[in-house]
Design a protein. Structure first.
Length: 278
């Protein structure tokens, strides 16, 4: 593991590291914020998963999470959204597939199955690396994300409720198995058997019996992807039908941007802190 960047911020320190990923078979980057300059002090962890076309850097530069994280004593980890590199297959003509579009799943179709294993990377490999190299309480962790990353947070929490104590999402893709901007990627990554897609779809997981104590979702009404890609009403309907606790907040004037995310970031960090540290 190699340290690439380090910046003092709000009494803590923002760092960026690279490391070789065994599951993705390439070098990966992640950002990590420590709420104190004393990086040997143990803190709880909140994971932030970013959306399509993003890397670790987008939320690190625009998300405005550091002041609140420092106040609450939370480590915030921001991974990349996909494997990258010369030997990693990509589709430069499709922004919804390949680099920046890993969808937080483990691919089953070659050649993508060699590298696109973000589900295992986020749920297992990266937490193990973080635990081995930093003083964090990996047993006290929450997960959140935006758009594709919101979908990632939902499916990881529903698949591993024993790992994550809290879950929230900004404008998540709630049903990627039917959304226009994800269904093509699912077929290319996972094959045509749609039964194999269910563990990577929050609504299907809930239908199949997965549960999480409570989920917070914020969505803007002026989001240009609201009706085609996101469709929070589907999640609301499924959660109501199957008694899955959901706190869904719709905001009249907000879109899909980091202006939206940064506005409600403090609420989400307060949500996670209240659950994982109390």
């Amino acid at each position: 593991m190699k340290e690439l960047e380090s910046f003092a911020s709000h009494g803590g320190v923002q760092k960026v590291f690279s490391h070789y990923s065994e599951v993705n078979k390439c070098d990966m980057k992640f950002a990590i914020f420590f709420p104190s300059m004393d990086t040997k002090k143990e803190f709880s962890v909140v994971w932030y998963l970013s959306g399509l076309t993003c890397s670790h850097a987008n939320v690190m530069e625009k998300g405005e999470y550091r002041r609140k994280a420092a106040e609450l004593g939370l480590v915030v980890v921001c991974p990349d959204t996909s494997p990258r590199g010369e030997n990693v297959p990509d589709d430069k003509d499709d922004w919804q597939f390949g680099f920046g579009a890993g969808f937080y799943i483990d691919a089953m179709v070659k050649p993508y199955s060699e590298n696109y294993n973000m589900f295992s990377y986020i749920s297992d490999e990266l937490p193990s690396l973080i635990k081995s190299n930093f003083s964090v309480n990996i047993n006290q962790q929450g997960i959140m994300g935006h758009s594709m990353g919101g979908h990632g947070a939902l499916i990881l929490a529903l698949n591993f409720p024993e790992k994550y104590k809290s879950c929230s999402a900004f404008a998540p893709i709630v049903q990627p198995t039917t959304a226009d901007w994800s269904i093509k990627a699912y077929e290319r990554y996972l094959g045509k058997d749609e039964n194999a897609w269910r563990k990577y779809d929050a609504t299907r997981l809930i239908e199949d019996g997965a549960r999480f104590p409570n989920i917070l979702v914020d969505q803007g009404k002026k989001d240009p992807f609201l009706h085609d890609g996101l469709r929070p009403e589907i999640l609301e309907e499924i959660c109501h039908k199957f008694n899955q606790p959901l706190t869904l907040r719709i905001h009249d004037d907000y879109d899909h941007s980091y202006y939206f995310i940064s506005t409600f970031m403090n609420d989400h960090l307060d949500w996670h802190n209240e659950i994982i540290n109390n």
